[in-house]
Design a protein around this ligand. Structure first.
Ligand code: 26Q
Length: 799
């Protein structure tokens, strides 16, 4: 067996250095004398990657041997974060790299800074996908993630005169040393055309070319992969008629257009209506991935009836929902199974995770667009709908309103396909991402479906990777935790953090805990050790209510100028986050934050007391710097709107206290850390929904609260350079997310925060208890819950 003939890679510093040198010569093709920092970076990446690739080979062999049930994760987004540090840690080479680089004459810090994060996602949903892959590998589950290799990731944000400006993120400009391209493993994907007697005849074809990244588990041999597709012109996409007429350039033009499918990530994290290219991306992902899954199934199996036993396919929101009609098409049209048999296989194979509560964020596509791009799929969707509506009619005779609500096709104002209804209908399991969210799904969004199929719905509360968001982001705190617990086993079993609780009463441990916070703040350049670092990092959206935080800041500023006795404690408020480029209201809030920050920075009276900072381009790399430094975590969405949140978990695990509403996973964080260690405020989901249904008058809050009036009047009267009029007007005239209704409760809760901060020993106790009781929010636990409630797959350990 040749596999066993692999020369083992060295595990000593000297061997690492040898391999680095050899890779510099033989794979990078340069020499020590002429190598640039970029050469050194790429060579280091290869040297680390080789070690993981050896583990990958052993993992693949074990998987092949056991023919297990596979978990396939389909996601339009993966926000993987920087790869170098993680892969050094997971390959056990963290300590070798700096010395080896120095020996070759390079500055390790300069080399490490060349690691570019692949920003192949927008926010929470994409980062969750990355955390789940990390945990799947850590738990030794045979799994593959499928996604799109966008040439351009999430845009780079900068500020010009305080306004967000977007620039393309050409993340792989220098090439990506972590990636293994497989150009010989292409799949052909069809679009347009018509349905003939023998099924679909596409009018256009393109190839999907895969490459994969290694996804190592922590503390185990397993290395899984994430397979990313990029669009390539196939030979048939050259227009041969034109070509023979001598119109060479025109023919090539079409081919170039085909490659646009994987050109750019859509930078919207909620709605992006009706863009055909986005639908093409979704079908491209689905078609390539299913063909790959089927090829892998056939490798070891022969009977379609075994497919569901060997395969579970998780749909990350509705973005890959076309996988349902696509698998029906493959089984019925190509494999010649009868409809009912095919439907039974499909229904046993797919599961769907919903990540939203905003009705406007439920994806729909115009029937006309979908029918033109994918005519056969539309037919299949109609036939699935016939089955669904037949079932509804027989269970609820005469209830035509129910039929209208549940239909896969929305009729008014234009005919559209409801992707969420299709996802619920074509899967055996539908989950929300936090307890409250899952409850609201069955009581509101999917109430009709939950009545029809109550067993289909379940909860899987989100989690985050403790490796990335504690160990890598916060090495100092991690060492302290390890010494406090006497072992680093918490990195694979985060519930062990509970062992820190008694140390909250140990004053020397508390003082070490505080000094780790200080260190992280200093590393951020926010070294004022006395100031409370108040952090709100997340995408900009009105429902998340960055505008509420802003009103609080203005109130603090006005207090420090007019009523210093009520000001509270010195604070630095840090914002981070991007707004969708077309989301005008969110961009106005960003503009106003920057204007308020500038006004406060220019006022000597505020110096040392209040500061607002807004570093641009919040991404995973920046999150890993900010989160360890945070004292206070802002989780202040209108209750009933944030499905879960995951930043809330990352911050709590790093010892930040939460100020928040009873929304998403905040509810579970508070249950675990204890009400006395959580600053709760505001309307709950039931109250908020009731207030919105009633005749809500935001102006009554403005008229009834002098501080609120004063804050809004400051914006209106031009205190911040005249910026933000539209923000103030939107709050006074409509206030869709009840910002003004929650303002007083929020400001009062912030006064409690200030009071708690004045007692640093008490604050530190609370901080330790927050971390100690947040072990539940590990994505390892999330994956364990998916295994138990949805996937039913078992570990396979490489020999
Ligand atoms: C859809 C169609 C067209 C274009 C873009 C999109 C699109 C893209 C991304 C729609 C939604 C998203 C991302 C949503 C998201 O990140 N949701 C968040 O998911 C987290 C993980 O479950 C939760 O913690 C957050 O509460 C939720 O907002």
């Amino acid at each position: 067996d040749l596999r066993n003939g692999l020369r083992p890679l060295g595990s000593t510093p000297a061997e690492f250095e040898q391999d680095l040198l050899s890779n510099l010569y033989y794979r990078r093709g340069t020499t020590v004398e002429s190598a640039s920092a970029q050469d050194a970076y790429e060579t280091l990446a290869l040297t680390v990657r080789d070690r993981l690739a050896a583990r990958r080979a052993r993992t693949a062999a074990a998987h092949y041997e056991s023919n297990p049930r596979w978990v396939y994760y389909l996601s339009a987004e993966y926000l993987l974060g920087p790869q170098l540090e993680q892969n050094l840690l997971y390959s056990g080479t963290t300590d070798f790299a700096p010395a080896a680089l120095k020996a070759l004459g390079f500055d390790p810090a300069e080399v490490a800074a060349l690691d570019v994060e692949p920003g192949l996602g927008n926010g929470g949903l994409g980062r969750l996908a990355a955390c789940l892959l990390d945990s799947l590998a850590t738990l030794d589950i045979p799994a593959v993630g499928y996604g799109i290799r966008y040439d351009l990731g999430i845009f780079k944000q900068s500020f010009v005169n305080g306004e967000q400006v977007e620039e393309p993120d050409d993340w792989a400009f220098q090439g990506d040393p972590w990636e293994f391209p497989a150009p010989d493993d292409r799949h052909r994907v069809g679009f347009y055309g018509h349905v003939g007697p023998d099924g679909w005849v596409p009018g256009e074809q393109i190839d999907g070319e895969p490459s994969h990244l290694l996804v190592p588990g922590y503390g185990t041999e397993t290395v899984n992969i994430v397979r990313l597709w990029r669009a390539r012109a196939c030979e048939d996409s050259f227009d041969l008629r034109r070509f023979s007429a001598g119109q060479y350039a025109e023919a090539v033009e079409q081919a170039v257009k085909a490659e646009n499918i994987s050109k750019v990530l859509y930078p919207d994290d909620s709605t992006e209506s009706g863009r055909e290219l986005r639908l093409k991306q979704q079908y491209f992902l689905v078609s390539c991935s299913l063909r790959d899954i089927i090829r892998r199934f056939r490798f070891r199996n022969h009977d379609w009836a075994d497919f569901p036993a060997k395969t579970v396919i998780q749909l990350n929101d509705t973005h890959p929902t076309l996988a349902i009609p696509e698998l029906m098409r493959l089984l019925v049209d190509e494999e010649k199974l009868d409809w009912d048999q095919a439907w039974s296989i499909v229904r046993q194979t797919f599961a769907y995770t919903c990540h939203t509560l905003l009705p406007e964020a439920l994806e729909t596509w115009p029937v006309a667009v979908l029918g033109r791009l994918l005519p056969r799929h539309l037919e299949i969707i109609y036939r699935i709908n016939d089955g669904l509506l037949g079932e509804v009619r027989s269970r609820f005779p005469g209830d035509i309103d129910r039929v209208r609500r549940m239909s896969l096709i929305q009729e008014e104002p234009e005919r559209r396909v409801r992707m969420a209804n299709l996802a619920v209908t074509g899967t055996f399991a539908v989950n929300g991402v936090a307890e409250l969210h899952s409850q609201l799904l069955t009581s509101t969004t999917f109430d009709d479906f939950a009545t029809l199929w109550p067993d289909r719905f379940r909860n899987v509360t989100n989690g985050v990777s403790p490796r990335r968001f504690v160990r890598l982001a916060n090495p100092g705190l991690s060492s302290l935790i390890t010494s406090g617990l006497g072992s680093d086993a918490w990195l694979r079993d985060l519930s062990q953090l509970e062992g820190l609780a008694p140390l909250a009463e140990d004053s020397s441990f508390r003082s070490q805990w505080r000094s780790e916070k200080r260190r992280a703040k200093a590393a951020l350049g926010l070294g004022d050790p006395g100031a409370l670092l108040d952090v709100m990092v997340k995408r900009f959206h009105e429902y998340k209510r960055q505008q509420l935080k802003l009103l609080h800041i203005i109130t603090l500023y006005q207090r420090l100028r007019n009523e210093p006795g009520r000001f509270g404690v010195p604070r630095t408020v840090l914002f981070g986050g991007k707004a969708a480029p077309a989301y005008t209201a969110a961009k106005s809030i960003i503009r106003l934050i920057n204007a308020v920050a500038a006004t406060i920075a220019a006022d000597p009276k505020a110096s040392g007391l209040l500061r607002v900072v807004f570093p641009p381009n919040y991404n995973v790399t920046l999150a890993e710097k900010i989160i360890p430094a945070a004292d206070l975590s802002e989780q202040i969405s209108m209750a009933g709107k944030e499905a879960s949140g995951t930043g809330n978990m990352k911050l709590a695990l790093n010892g930040a206290l939460t100020i928040g509403t009873l929304d998403g996973a905040n509810v579970e964080i508070r249950d675990r850390v204890g009400a006395e260690n959580f600053f709760l405020f505001g309307l709950d989901a039931t109250e908020a929904a009731a207030l919105r249904r009633s005749d809500y008058q935001p102006r009554s809050y403005y008229d009834g609260d002098a501080e609120l009036k004063h804050a809004l009047d400051a914006i209106l009267s031009g205190t911040f350079g005249g910026v933000g009029q539209e923000v103030a007007h939107s709050l006074l005239d409509r206030d869709e997310y009840l910002t003004l209704a929650d303002y007083r409760a929020y400001v009062d809760a912030q006064d409690e925060v200030s009071a708690a901060w004045t007692d640093q020993e008490r604050w530190t106790r609370m901080s330790i208890l927050n971390a100690a009781n947040s072990g539940f929010f590990s994505s390892d636990r999330t994956v364990a819950d998916y295994l138990d409630r949805v996937w039913r797959a078992t570990p396979v350990r490489p020999a």
